[in-house]
Design a binder for this molecule. Structure first.
Ligand code: CTP
Ligand code: MG
Length: 554
């Protein structure tokens, strides 16, 4: 089995010239705060089904430039709730009376929606001028004018006869059944990693919808703070986002002050009269509180608004029904935007970094190590940082140096699990700033230093039980990959193998896997691994035969 994938990969040595070019570019961007290596449009997110393994990915645009372009694009865009039997051609013809359309797509959420990007911003004004506020007979309406519109058919039967219904774009990840089919028919574990990446990564349309949603919320926030910006951050923009992931937003009020700086000429300096509050935290809480109220009362499609203002990072959480996104709005959180840039750089180094992160994230989700509900479990952000740290610590290191990545791609997943299956979590912390293990500054079970706010642990929430579950699953998964390398079933056998076997959720299948595990003779490597664990039991692990537990002692 190993020969199937490794053979192909080993004949693709990384061109040292290209790697040094990439590294030069990255070090330039890293040494310049606030900038980032980025790709534009389609390069930013390769289209679904595209080969993601070996493209020559040159770094062209800074992260901030890409975000600005996306924001400008979103400002020329409207979201329209449409009747299900809409005729696409007639719909576009009707809208183009307000100006030329640059791009559009339909998708299904609770109903049918169209995202329409005009070439010019003026078209939006024209469209809004021709739009009226509905009057309902039984309920009262709040006359809020936004770029989220509702289209009605004057004569529905007319449209049906045309049979030219809108083609819809999928915004959801594949079903488990579909995913297992895809994975089982892949040629190697490396192929499986790329298949999974292609199936789960955000599509161009989904990225557009995320920026549009931020832009719509920005319009609402601008009612209080004209000139404010709402930036998406986290997995929506760091290239590690899976279809269905939440939409993290950051209200940036710094842009407000910047607008008129150049007008303050001469000997005078004009300032706004403002209210003072005792701390920045209180200011953030007050600002988020009123925006939360505003979203709740006037934001079309914003439901389930919760103000979580006493959290370490105060936020407003809500669902944006039309896009289907669960949104977290924060303010005064520019550090998180920096982390997004940093992950973006790492994701740009080589697509296999992303492929590995996606596989580890899916594996963690399949085994309930992560959850969409906040709690004592590991977050996707922590997992991503753990993958980066592993790639830095590997011998030879893979991040930031790219040497030998080509020949090692298929081994990475197994080695990732082995690495964390044996990591001395009881005494060491993970530090991607310096790329080395360090003594833990406190007794948190899992300590991952925030690369920008170095006194913070990004995984402070993780409990000992959750960490233990992670370590045990990592060891089991390394073992499964080791077995599959030796004995891979043919694609037609339809038996889950490689990554597919790792992603099988707990259940009857798992029982059979562990039963199989007991019957088979243990590989020499696993025997060695267990021997090491046993000999280390007084140090990092305290174990009884057949049951592994992690010592809580530092
Ligand atoms: N973040 C942080 N410190 C934390 C948690 C989060 O700096 N302890 C920042 C990171 O930049 C992270 C972003 O907040 O990317 C959003 O957090 P979260 O939504 O939890 O993670 P995502 O990376 O967006 O992953 P997911 O797909 O699970 O949403
Ligand atoms: Mg997120």
């Amino acid at each position: 089995m190993a020969a199937r994938g490794v053979g192909r990969l080993t004949c693709l040595p990384l061109c040292s010239q290209r790697s040094s070019r990439v590294l030069r570019s990255i070090s330039r961007h890293l040494s310049c705060p606030g900038t980032v290596a980025a790709k534009v449009r389609n390069e930013e997110q390769p289209p679904r089904g595209a080969k993601t393994g070996f493209e020559d990915r040159t770094l062209k645009k800074r992260f901030s430039e890409v975000q600005k372009e996306r924001r400008e694009q979103a400002q020329r865009t409207v979201l329209i709730h449409c009747p299900n039997n809409i005729n696409e051609k007639k719909f576009l013809k009707y809208l183009s009376q307000h100006g030329p359309i640059n791009n559009h797509f339909f998708y299904e959420s609770i109903g049918l929606y169209a995202v329409v990007e005009f070439c010019q911003k003026d078209s939006i004004n024209s469209l809004q001028n021709g739009t009226h506020t509905p009057s309902l007979s039984t309920e009262a309406t709040i006359p809020f004018k936004s770029r989220f519109l509702n289209l009605k058919l004057k004569n529905p039967s007319n449209q049906i006869s045309e049979q030219s219904f809108a083609h819809t774009n999928n915004q959801l990840p594949p079903s488990s059944k579909k995913l297992f089919e895809l994975l089982n028919y892949a040629e190697s574990i490396d192929d499986q990693l790329n298949t999974l990446l292609n199936a789960f990564q955000l599509t161009e349309e989904n990225v557009r919808l995320r920026h549009l949603t931020c832009s719509l919320i920005e319009d609402i926030a601008a009612a209080y703070f004209p000139g404010c910006v709402i930036w998406p951050f986290g997995s929506s923009v760091n290239t590690f986002g899976k279809l269905g992931c939440d939409l993290d937003m950051f209200l940036d009020l710094d842009e407000v002050g910047k607008l008129n700086v150049h007008k303050n000429t001469g000997n005078f300096l004009m300032e706004f009269q403002v209210k003072n509050v005792p701390s920045e935290r209180i200011a953030t809480q007050k600002i988020l509180s009123v925006i939360g109220e505003c979203l709740d009362n006037f934001g079309p499609g914003c439901v389930g608004v919760q103000k979580i203002l006493n959290a370490r990072c105060p936020l407003v959480r809500f669902s944006h029904q039309a896009s289907g996104f669960q949104c977290d709005l924060t303010a005064n959180n520019s550090i998180a935007l920096k982390s997004s840039e940093l992950l973006y750089i790492y994701g740009s180094l080589d697509s296999r970094v992303r492929a590995l992160v996606f596989s580890v994230r899916c594996w963690a989700r399949a085994h309930s190590l992560t959850s969409s509900i906040p709690g004592a479990w590991i977050t996707n952000f922590s997992l991503t940082v753990m993958v980066i740290f592993f790639l830095q610590r590997r011998s030879p290191p893979i991040l930031p140096t790219l040497d030998s990545l080509k020949s090692l791609a298929e081994l990475l997943l197994k080695e990732f699990f082995e690495y964390y299956g044996n990591f001395a979590f009881n005494k060491n912390s993970i530090n991607i700033r310096q790329g080395k293990e360090q003594n833990k500054p406190d007794s948190s079970p899992l300590y991952i230093q925030n690369p920008f706010e170095t006194s913070l642990n990004i995984s402070k929430n993780v409990s000992q039980n959750q960490l233990q579950k992670f370590v045990e699953l990592a060891r089991d998964s390394a073992w499964i990959l080791e077995q599959k390398e030796k004995n891979q079933p043919s694609p037609s056998s339809r038996q889950p193998w490689g990554l597919a076997a790792l992603l099988m959720p707990p259940g009857p299948h798992h029982t059979s896997l562990s039963r199989k595990k007991k019957k088979k003779p243990m590989s020499e490597k696993v025997k060695g691994l267990l021997a090491t664990i046993k000999s280390n039991s007084t140090d990092s692990f305290a174990g009884t035969p057949g049951k592994r537990t992690i010592s809580t002692k530092a």
